[in-house]
Write a protein of this length. Structure first.
Length: 119
């Protein structure tokens, strides 16, 4: 293979394929428990975020969210009663550069309040 063709193939790979792979690695689709980091955190504030998200602020000032939680039938008042000032268990999908702030599962003690995991 001559040099210009090889250089063209490398350029196409770097410019087109690698960015597509990067974008795909940042999309959360059908998360699984084994692909998540599990953390415990005390929730100090719950609020509606953009695009119907539900945001949870922890005592360490981290913010995690349930994507379109309000559209999925979750209720802020109900969640406030169940998780505010309590320690919860969060499953956070791991992406290319570490865990996301997207909540795949939310539980208080042994009660699962929200999950994206399929059986």
């Amino acid at each position: 293979m001559n040099k210009p063709i090889r250089k063209g193939i490398i350029t196409v790979t770097l410019v087109v394929i690698l960015p597509l792979l990067f974008i795909k690695s940042c999309v959360i689709y059908n998360p699984k428990p084994e692909d998540c980091k599990v953390i415990s955190a005390k929730i100090t504030k719950i609020r509606e975020g953009s695009t119907y998200d539900i945001q949870f602020k922890t005592e360490t000032e981290n913010i995690y969210y349930i994507n379109r939680g309000l559209e999925q039938g979750l209720n802020l008042d109900s969640l406030n009663a169940k998780v505010l000032n309590k320690t919860v268990t969060l499953h956070l999908p791991i992406l290319a550069f570490g865990p996301s702030t997207h909540i795949a599962q939310l539980a208080v003690e042994d009660e699962i309040l929200f999950t994206e995991f399929k059986n």
